[in-house]
Design a protein around this ligand. Structure first.
Ligand code: UDP
Ligand code: MG
Length: 316
């Protein structure tokens, strides 16, 4: 029997890209001896992505989709896709054709050689804006400094995982949704491929600055408590400094120079005020995570799914 490959594609307002991507995927698999299933996760799009998906599904049974009740975010869409994909291996990729489909055969080759995880690293891309490149570098530098795992620059969510790894990822019922980290963390036999990214086919990046910041925070706080350690050391360091400052303050007092100390007092108050807020913020982030976990809300809500239609068809 032919091995079965699932392709999971999170899509948020990608109506203009989906058609083209799925066409390319059909073409790629035409030459491959594999059965495949494309599972697009519509992350609450507002631009007719769902209509396109319904149409494509009617034309070809190998295309399936899930549709969220609202925009839950890229990582949540990946989670849903991974949970519903049934292939012997699962490939995840972006909907905008920046992850070139013609690398898929190479990924499958590596899997056939016995690797459980084939992740990819983006080669430097002249198409990317200066801002995007620098912010991506900064993101990985910060992540490596603050977390306990080592991340290569330019890893994206373009990867293949074996059935076993997919099951492991699905069994992790946590809200730590940073798949780049989770996939590193689970171990198994991993290998990486370098790819040249293409320009976004249509539309603009759906990763707004806010979403990028949220992903960065999630990455750090999910995989490390180092920010808490840093907060402790900062607090310790500065209280020691302030103790050292005490003799100077006292001396000034005795010498009758107290009025001139106004500047330093203001500076110290402002500085420590800021520092305390920062540290409170960091502690708050971790507390917030506990709060989210304690609520035990689902990671996403599916409003419509072609997979369910299949089930219903059994009752006709
Ligand atoms: N995406 C999503 N939900 C979101 C934002 C993005 O499902 O809230 C999808 C998007 O449709 C695309 C992938 O995640 O398939 C990567 O997003 P994008 O290409 O906008 O990010 P960039 O390549 O600019 O980092
Ligand atoms: Mg993109």
């Amino acid at each position: 029997m032919k091995a079965n490959v699932s392709i999971v594609i999170p899509a948020f307002n990608e109506a203009e890209n989906i058609h083209r991507l799925i066409g390319t995927l059909h073409a790629v698999f035409e030459d491959l001896p594999y059965a495949y299933q494309v599972l697009v996760v519509d992350d609450g799009s507002r631009d007719g992505t769902l209509d396109v998906l319904r149409r494509l599904q009617r034309q070809d049974d190998r295309v399936q989709f899930l549709s969220f009740s609202r925009n839950f975010g890229h990582q949540h869409a990946l989670k849903a896709g991974l949970a519903h994909a049934q292939g012997d291996c699962v490939i995840s990729m972006d909907a905008d054709l920046q992850h070139p489909p013609h690398y898929i055969p190479k990924m499958i080759d590596e899997w056939e050689k016995g690797f459980d995880i084939v992740y990819t690293i983006r080669e430097d891309d002249p198409n990317l804006s200066y801002f995007k490149r620098k912010s991506s570098d900064l993101f990985y530098n910060m992540l490596n400094f603050l977390s306990d795992l080592e991340f290569e620059k330019g890893t994206a969510d373009f990867r293949l995982v074996s059935r076993q790894v997919a099951d492991v990822l699905n069994s992790m019922d946590d809200s730590e949704l940073f798949y780049r980290g989770l996939v590193k963390w689970v171990g198994f036999k991993q290998t990486c491929l370098y790819y040249k990214p293409l320009g976004r086919f249509r539309g603009q990046s759906k990763y707004t600055f806010r979403k990028m910041m949220r992903l960065a925070q999630e990455g750090v706080t999910s995989f490390s408590t180092r920010p808490l350690d840093i907060a402790t050391y900062l607090g310790l360091g500065f209280s020691m400094l302030s103790v050292a400052y005490l003799p100077y303050a006292l001396l000034s007092h005795w010498l009758g120079h107290t009025i001139s100390g106004w500047t330093s007092i203001i500076m110290t108050i402002a500085f420590f005020g800021g520092l305390q807020l920062l540290i409170l913020g960091i502690i708050g982030k971790y507390l917030g995570k506990l709060f989210v976990i304690a609520k035990r809300r689902p990671a996403y809500i599916i409003k419509e799914s072609s997979l369910e239609w299949k089930k219903e068809e059994l009752f006709y």
